[in-house]
Design a protein around this ligand. Structure first.
Ligand code: 6PG
Length: 268
């Protein structure tokens, strides 16, 4: 690994030499959290996102992970979803299904995706309801210190504008506190209709991982992690608002994405 360190309040930072190394470290980490969660409560509740993240998880379908991971105990969710048909190329569900879920033994009934036949508002309500049911039956743990689910692992990508899930800079969705899932009809990145986990849900997870690669992410990474004057660390950079209240935060990146981090600049 090129460089790894722990920031006093922004979590652990892992800057990888290249994408191959990042991908191996990421799947090792996922397999480790999967095993620990299953040992602890008999299930692994993993939350996916869209974008390049799924391609970095590709090694999970190869040996040894395809055999050592206890797929039957996996429960799969999405941090955000584009409200399009599940067969549409823009669907995050389709991306994960085609490249990962259809190639391993996750039970279809353990895959909690949106209803793509209803309005965006109804899709958000139904998705939240489904998760509430799973918290009630203790498949998904409940947070000890908030009215939120406690997912074992939430995997997020990050846009060059610092968006995570479908929480975009300065968007009112960032301020939703009482719902677990909210919806947008005006996403600045197409398609416009989306549902997304709210910040309280992301920040109640046991483990949150942000994966971002490439030079276009370097500035957002600097703004999300480095110590900055207060005025700069606001709603204008959603990734800065990730602060698990009782969990771990890890940033996986390659060198170009990490190139503007203070610590990385001094180490080169
Ligand atoms: C979306 C994408 C998006 C993505 C980030 C990072 O819903 O539009 O899923 O949120 O996760 O933009 O994407 P990359 O890792 O592909 O750059």
């Amino acid at each position: 690994m090129a460089l790894t360190w722990t920031h006093k309040d922004r979590g652990e930072i892992r800057v990888h030499e290249n994408l191959e190394e990042l991908s191996i470290d990421l799947v090792d980490y996922i397999a480790e959290i999967s095993e620990a969660s299953i040992k602890e409560h008999g299930a692994f509740c993993i939350v996916l996102s869209g974008g390049s993240l799924i391609s970095f998880m590709g090694k999970l379908i190869e040996p040894p992970y395809d055999k050592i991971v206890d797929w039957a105990k996996w429960y799969v969710f999405w941090a955000d979803e584009r409200v399009v048909a599940k067969s549409h190329d823009e669907s995050n569900y389709k991306l994960a299904k085609d490249n990962l879920l259809s190639k391993v033994n996750v039970f279809p009934r353990h895959i909690c995706s949106i209803n793509d036949t209803v309005s965006v508002e109804e899709a958000a309500t139904e998705y939240e309801f489904a998760i509430r049911q799973m918290v009630r039956t203790r498949t998904v743990a409940a947070s000890d210190n908030s009215d939120s689910p406690r997912f074992d692992l939430i995997l997020l990508g990050m846009g060059s504008d610092g968006h995570v899930a479908s929480l975009f800079p300065n968007h009112p969705a960032l301020e939703v506190k009482d719902d677990w899932v909210t919806f947008l009809t005006d996403s600045p990145k197409p398609p416009p209709e989306r549902i997304t986990f709210t910040l309280p849900v992301i920040n109640s997870a046991a483990n949150v991982v942000v994966v971002a690669t490439g030079e276009s992410k370097a500035n957002a990474m600097h703004l999300a992690i480095d110590d900055l004057p207060l005025a700069e660390s606001s709603l204008s950079l959603p990734a800065r608002l990730i602060h698990p209240s009782n969990g771990n935060l890890i940033w996986f990146m390659d060198k170009p994405a990490g190139s503007k981090l203070e610590r990385f600049k001094f180490s080169e």
